[in-house]
Write a protein that binds this ligand. Structure first.
Ligand code: NAG
Ligand code: NAG
Length: 376
């Protein structure tokens, strides 16, 4: 891409140079000299642009600076873009310095267990490793990486993913903490509110389960009201190395009090993340149950292929979701393979943040994006 861009600029400038040359024959020496300076300056500045001072690039959802900094240090110390994504997201999972939505010890499901979803994707080979509803292993994105590296599969789930992780040498350990047990107990004592059931009896807004279905053909109901600040800020990260190769990844523990077995958008290819080495990548965060119905990360990358900037592509990819689910909260962060970046969001109380590091920024820097809001 960088080479193609250099070639384009050079051809463009040489054509310009030739045209200028004929005109210049009629000019005096001074003007010719000035013109040469201008042309040389134009060539050199275009080369600077095409060399892309914007790479390498690390970008991730939310103000998770520690994750950005870790990925940045990996990519600048000889690590691969995949290492950077894995190690960056691991900071959130293992050190739990990002949010309650990533890692162990938070967001217990209805049975009190924390389970993890994660994905990693390589733009060069288009390989993906992913785990859903992973139990009793803290480093979910590393297990996802192991699925990619040591199997020919793409996704492993549940207890069997745990068995795979154990075979690959991961430590098996409970994912609850005193805080997550307390959170679960409080929920039980609050009549299991909020929860994610519909069309069941007893009335799920008033009592705990077990539930039974009350009708087979359901009328569409409004989407979740229980999305709160602490319920959706999962990490999605894109890393582009200085050679213009991209990798992406996600990690989350999913929705608080989810129904056991639930897998969100984060480990779903094209929903939680998608990268294409010829175009760029995108990651999503928000109401995963709704977002995954629209495969928004894949959609964003396709819109970039059609020529939209990362920001415009992200905004356009949210449109079909907003049309069907005006109350959903979601954000997409995207980057083109040449190092442009941008984000768009809907609801979330009006704004979301992402964190970026490039050579032109001294430190990992948090950017704030204004969200479109539902009319209600
Ligand atoms: C969790 O709670 C138990 C019982 O109250 C206590 O003994 C233990 O030290 C606590 N663990 C942590 C890590 O706080
Ligand atoms: C369930 O309970 C809520 C709150 O009391 C009530 O508004 C709703 O109509 C009830 N739903 C059914 C199906 O009875």
């Amino acid at each position: 891409m960088t080479l193609a861009r250099s070639a384009y600029y050079l051809t463009h400038k040489f054509t310009y140079d030739r045209k200028v040359h004929f005109t210049a024959l009629k000019m005096d020496a001074v003007h010719l000299f000035q013109l040469l300076i201008v042309v040389i300056h134009a060539i050199s500045s275009s080369l600077t642009v095409s060399k892309s001072t914007s790479l390498p690039l690390v970008i991730n959802t939310w103000p998770f600076k520690k994750a950005t900094e870790k990925a940045w240090s990996v990519i600048n110390n000889g690590g691969s873009n995949l290492d950077a994504v894995e190690k960056g997201c691991s900071v959130c999972e293992i050190q739990r310095v990002c949010s309650d939505s990533v890692g162990y010890g938070a967001h217990p499901n209805e049975k009190g267990e924390t389970t993890l979803d994660a994905m990693i994707m390589d733009g060069v080979s288009h390989r993906v490793g992913s785990v859903g509803n992973l139990k009793r292993v803290k480093g979910a994105i590393s297990v996802a990486r192991a699925v990619m590296d040591y199997t020919q599969h793409t996704m492993l789930v549940g207890n069997d993913a745990t068995m795979f992780a154990q075979e690959m040498g991961f430590t098996i350990t409970p994912l609850y903490t005193n805080e997550s047990l307390k959170e679960w107990n409080d929920w039980l004592h609050n009549k299991c509110q909020p929860n994610y059931w519909q069309n069941v009896r007893p009335n799920h807004t008033e009592s705990c389960g077990p539930y039974k279905p009350i009708q087979r053909h359901t009328v569409p109901l409004p989407s979740h009201q229980s999305i709160s600040k602490d319920n959706h800020d999962t990490i999605g990260m894109l890393v582009i190395d200085k050679n213009g190769n991209i990798a992406g990844g996600t990690s989350t523990n999913g929705m608080n009090h989810k129904i056991p077995g639930r897998v969100g958008d984060s480990p779903i290819i094209g929903s939680g993340a998608y990268v294409d080495n010829d175009i760029g990548g995108a990651v999503g965060t928000g109401d995963g149950d709704v977002m995954m119905r629209f495969v928004p990360s894949f959609h964003t990358v396709q819109l970039m292929l059609n020529g939209l900037s990362p920001e415009k592509a992200a905004r356009s990819a949210l449109k079909p979701i907003i049309k069907k689910y005006p109350d959903f909260s979601g954000a997409i962060v995207a980057a083109s393979i040449s190092g442009e970046y941008g984000a768009a969001c809907h609801n979330f109380g009006g704004k979301v943040q992402y964190t970026l590091q490039t050579p032109s920024l001294k430190n990992a820097t948090i950017f704030t994006v204004k969200c479109s809001m539902s009319s209600k």
